[in-house]
Design a protein around this ligand. Structure first.
Ligand code: TRP
Length: 330
């Protein structure tokens, strides 16, 4: 039997190159050797978008198109909608008893997001508790591997703490611990060079961006602010264009000599941006073509089938969990 993988994304915006590098490319490879589940995390998306459900509904379809367009194959990967699996909510309720408020408040990713969203004193509990529902996502599908970006490591740690606690308290082994699968480059910097690329900060190149927009974003990229003249030596470290060339150019030897030239002087920012634009256009063109062949009805059918399959596994795990807890009333 193949080992299971579960991962997911909040459907709050289009997936971008950062998702590709941080996780999607891993998923495309892993789907052959593992039994892979991908959850479209609409419940989790509601924790900070509860007032915009229509946005989430729209992006459920868009995100699944992103998956399919990069090569996630619905015959190899089960793609499903989180809110259609009520066992996730049930398991979350049981897990809530096993985690303290102070432990939750220490989660660095939640802390960072809290700050970013300016919640301060008005923290919605749903948001604070999303790592617990994420633990339910992972364990309900008995997943041993979780391909994610490194910002999700605290969630994996939290999940494993819950697993150990649950198994110890209820004297069982039904829940499995999991491990993160990280990419070589797990964080891609945003075009502004300030932070990692993010849908909400608007500093990312989406997988579905049209060619002109890609070019426009490449030309907005932060380079070396002291590189005023092409003839001057330039800095490669912290230069967004080189970070993207490292991640996406197909000929890394050519990039190594390009860096030597840039450092020496005589290579302008327009030249390196043109090279990056060409390689990103080449990379994204087949993804766009594949996407153009998809329509919303095809996506809905894939979700329908994936959700039916996921529901079966959720039901089986939940029966074992209730049995372990001794709350099986029949
Ligand atoms: N927290 C993840 C994100 O923000 C999404 C997610 C929800 C997830 N449930 C998951 C990731 C389970 C991995 C496993 O992108």
């Amino acid at each position: 039997m193949k080992q299971k993988i579960l991962t997911g994304d909040r459907p709050t915006g289009s997936l971008h190159l950062g998702h590709y590098i941080g996780s999607l490319q891993n998923r495309v490879q892993l789907q052959h050797a593992y039994d892979q589940y991908i959850l479209v995390a609409d419940l989790q998306a509601l924790t900070d978008h509860f007032d915009q459900p229509e946005k989430i509904t729209k992006y459920i379809i868009e995100v699944v198109k992103d998956y399919l367009s990069v090569g996630i194959d619905p015959n190899q990967t089960t793609i499903f909608i989180q809110s259609r699996i009520p066992e996730i909510a049930e398991l979350t309720i049981y897990y809530l008893n096993l985690v303290t408020l102070s432990r939750l408040s220490r989660n660095p990713t939640v802390k960072h997001e809290m700050h970013q969203k300016g919640y301060h004193e008005a923290m919605p509990l749903g948001f604070l508790c999303y790592p617990i529902s994420q633990a339910a996502d992972i364990t309900l599908f008995q997943s041993e591997w979780v391909p994610v970006g490194d910002d999700q490591l605290p969630m994996i740690e939290q999940t494993n703490e819950i697993v150990r606690r649950f198994n110890r308290i209820y004297g069982t082994k039904v829940l499995k611990e999991c491990k993160a699968v990280l990419s070589k480059t797990s964080r891609l910097v945003g075009i502004d060079g300030k932070s990692k690329c993010s849908k909400s900060l608007g500093n990312a190149i989406a997988l579905s961006d049209p060619p002109e927009m890609i070019k426009q974003k490449v030309f907005q990229m932060y380079t070396d602010p002291d590189h005023i003249k092409a003839s001057h030596p330039g800095r490669v470290e912290g230069n967004v264009v080189f970070a993207y060339l490292d991640a996406f150019h197909s000929d890394q030897e050519a990039i190594a000599s390009l860096k030597v030239h840039y450092r020496r002087g005589g290579l302008g920012d327009v030249a390196i941006k043109n090279i990056l634009n060409d390689s990103l256009q080449l990379f994204l063109a087949p993804i766009r073509e594949k996407r153009n062949c998809l329509d919303a009805n095809m996506v809905k059918e894939i979700l329908h089938q994936g959700t039916a399959k996921a529901a079966q596994l959720a039901k089986e795990t939940m029966e074992m969990v209730r049995e372990a807890m001794g709350i099986k009333f029949t």
